[in-house]
Design a protein around this ligand. Sequence first.
Ligand code: COA
Length: 376
Amino acid sequence: MQTTGRPVISATGLFTPEDSITNEELVASFNTYAERYNAAHAAEIAAGEVAALEPSSVEFIEKASGIKARHVMAKAPVLDPAIMSPRWPRRANDEPSMMAEIGVAAARDALERAGRDVADVDAVLCAASNMERPYPAMAIEIQQALGIEGFGFDMNVACSSATFGIQTAADYIRAGNARSVLVVSPEITSGHLNWRDRDSHFIFGDVATAVLVEDAALAPRAHWDILGTRLKTVFSNNIRNNFGFLNRADPETADTADKLFVQEGRKVFKEVVPMVAQMIVDEAGRLGIDPQALRRLWLHQANAGMNRLIAQRVLGHEASEDESPTVLDTYGNTSSAGSIIAFHLHSQDLAPGDTGLICSFGAGYSAGTVFVRKAG
Ligand code: COA
């Protein structure tokens, strides 16, 4: 087949865990934990040696973030005030690993929607915030489970992993090194979230998404042309996770709270909003697209207030739900998967010729834009 070197999105796929936790359930669990902690440390708290834990609140969470619920792989242990962490039996090396299993589910959904035979797929990228192990790569396990030949590798750019994956896949297509690339983002964020931290315990949810990026010559009739991709990184410690293979070098601190997600949420909000809004406007200009005429923005899903401000700066007016759909109310922040879920659930109704933007932002800092136009 003659290839075109023009990358398109042929289809997307989604895996949503069955379990969901409401803010009410989450806050009840946290507050029980806080009460027990304060009772256990009553003497030190009275002596001023230990700070008492403040209760969390449903109203604060909804007002500050827009999040009302989140899906998780294992609800009971996360909500158990004595555990507050995911729990499941360790899987043997010859069993599918958890990330691969949900990644495969999302990938199959995308392949089915595209009507794609695995024999035509050349590569699998596993693009996510956390990997279950350093090696063998999650992507290679997913590749093997799907029966795909070619190659796979993992990449981590935190919340921007999926858009960085899409550009990487698009570059393979542009260079003629691949005709069909699966970008899979299994995000089991419940494993890196500190469920005992009042400032952040409400933020994340679990999910997996997949994006099939292909040469236009191979794509199904209904697809999305990729008009342009752009990536940006600027170093910041304001979102940080110190978990890593060298933690064992200092056993005393190997399990401290900084080995989980930590952020300065206010600073992130203030610094990332202008950076991303400017990046979108600049990239639209480069591509000759009027940002105010964009039919829809599928933005990263971390905070409803951030998205409101970014969309306003890009579109020049307060965005409607139709122009900038929200999924974080029911999914929470799903890291790199958020903008892909929004695109997956809210793109069918657009007409051929409509132009939109998939945009991610987060730790690093990192940000990625993918301008797309519906074909047909
Ligand atoms: N329940 C009740 N009150 C809480 C609370 C909770 N769970 N967590 C914090 N508070 C309190 C704080 O103690 C503080 O009280 P004070 O004013 O008396 O000091 C007050 O609420 C405001 O806290 P603050 O942390 O400044 O909240 P915020 O309005 O900045 O919202 C985030 C916090 C995290 C929701 C918000 O900063 C955010 O979404 N940032 C975007 C970053 C992000 O999500 N990044 C993820 C990767 S992209």
